[in-house]
Design a protein around this ligand. Structure first.
Ligand SMILES: NC(=O)c1ccc[n+]([C@@H]2O[C@H](COP(=O)([O-])OP(=O)(O)OC[C@H]3O[C@@H](n4cnc5c(N)ncnc54)[C@H](OP(=O)(O)O)[C@@H]3O)[C@@H](O)[C@H]2O)c1
Length: 251
């Protein structure tokens, strides 16, 4: 039986590429979306064309109390569409960006970033672990900005820093089940992220490319293959690690 990976935020950007790269490794894939059901359905169709099983379920991580509804829907989907199989890999990828100077950040913005990037990841992972097979893995998507500093990213990067710590705790607490937990930390990637800041701002793009030894910003397909690798036995001894996928920016 094929293994199953679930990727949050698989409707576009990095999550879409991760979903396709994981499907190419021979896994079946469940993706979540928040606002774009049609985009998610197109990703499902692309995965099915690769000969893998796929489906999509909505979740809005701003609303922590919707996680239980999501987990119930997922359990139903596993029972009815995936022959009662359990999950093998969870990729916590969904997220949003925002350039918010600390001076102007509001409590409401703090809570939004907290819910989507940390509290939601924490409780979704806690509630999905019982639905996972032993021997599987978790990949938490962080950011290069936990290592280097971009003014305006204090809220975003602080929450991502929290999931990097959480990842090591998952690795320790679930190691007895053979479950590995790792962080993938992308550098700047040209997606819809942060109102497509890189795509819409050629000067920003050039500046970021100039900070990167490989001389460009990243594309979504620079990251998916690394996440897919972590969802295979080739990575069976990689655990509790932070892998930065950034072209070496700011080294
Ligand atoms: N792009 C970068 O430069 C970069 C760099 C470092 C790290 N990252 C991280 O990589 C991950 C993916 O970013 P991306 O560039 O692929 O962004 P993106 O293109 O904007 O895609 C974001 C994805 O997350 C989903 N999403 C957004 N808000 C959500 C919410 N409240 N609840 C549930 N799902 C939500 C979206 O669903 P819908 O499509 O349905 O709205 C979409 O699938 C994020 O965690 C981000 O922090 C990105």
């Amino acid at each position: 039986m094929s293994k199953i990976a679930i990727i949050t935020g698989g409707s576009r950007g990095l999550g879409k590429d991760m979903a396709l790269a994981i499907a190419r490794k021979g896994l079946d894939v469940i993706i979540t979306y928040n606002t774009l059901p049609n985009a998610a359905q197109e990703v499902v169709a692309e995965i099915e064309q690769l000969g893998r099983k796929a489906t999509t379920i909505p979740i809005n991580l701003l609303k922590i109390n919707s996680i239980d509804v999501f987990v119930a829907a997922l359990s139903e989907v596993l029972a009815t569409k995936f022959e009662g199989r359990k999950l093998d890999f969870l990729v916590n990828n969904a997220g949003m960006g925002g350039s918010i100077p600390m001076e102007t950040a509001t409590e409401e913005q703090f809570d939004e970033f907290l819910n989507v990037h940390f509290k939601g990841v924490y409780f979704l992972t806690q509630k999905l672990l019982p639905l996972m097979n032993d021997g599987g893995g978790i990949v938490n998507i962080s950011t290069g900005t936990t290592r280097f500093v971009n003014p305006g990213y204090s809220l975003y990067a602080s929450m991502k820093g929290a999931i990097e710590v959480l990842t090591r705790y998952i690795a320790k607490e679930y190691g007895s089940r053979g479950i590995r937990a790792n962080v993938v930390a992308p550098g700047p990637i040209e997606t819809d992220f942060n109102n497509a800041a890189i795509r819409n701002n050629p000067m920003l793009k050039e500046r970021l490319a100039g900070l990167t030894p490989l001389g460009r910003v990243g594309n979504a397909d620079d990251v998916g293959g690394v996440v897919a690798f972590l969802c295979t036995d080739d990575a069976k001894w990689v655990n509790g690690q932070r892998i930065e996928v950034s072209g070496g920016i700011n080294i």
